[in-house]
Design a binder for this molecule. Structure first.
Ligand code: HEC
Length: 95
């Protein structure tokens, strides 16, 4: 139980550490908001791999919906729609 609360505290701190307004490129946003769960190289950790062709082939609307509203065990990421679009472009262009 202790371990579980520690993990949640860590995720909370990790997710809130950087001010949303400082993040201006898709890479910065990804590093600050996504990499903790999806790994810097997109291979996945707590979250699934974002390198798979079927995920990359999903329309931007699916990605934006997932990021802004959350999906299953992925919490909604508190960034603007513009930032979400930047991060989607970054992930898709990098794979
Ligand atoms: C707290 C951990 C966490 C963070 C932060 C996070 N994700 Fe996720 N993500 C997950 C998990 C867990 C899932 C699987 C959700 C499910 O289907 O139950 C997921 C699913 C996804 C999916 C759908 C994959 C599929 O197979 O359909 C996409 C796309 C995605 N995340 C992108 C992102 C992006 C981009 C960011 C940053 C803006 C991000 N995620 C931040 C944990 C996270």
């Amino acid at each position: 139980m202790k371990r579980v609360s520690f993990l949640f505290l860590f995720l909370f701190v990790a997710c809130g550490a950087q001010e949303t307004t400082e993040l201006t490129t898709g890479e910065e946003i990804y590093t600050a908001r996504c990499a903790a769960c999806h790994q810097a190289d997109f291979s996945g950790r707590a979250g699934p791999s974002l390198k798979k062709a079927d995920v990359l082939a999903m329309p931007d609307s699916y990605w934006l919906q997932t990021i802004l509203n959350g999906k299953g065990s992925m919490p909604a990421v508190r960034i603007t729609e513009e930032q979400a679009q930047l991060v989607v472009d970054y992930v898709k262009d990098s794979n």
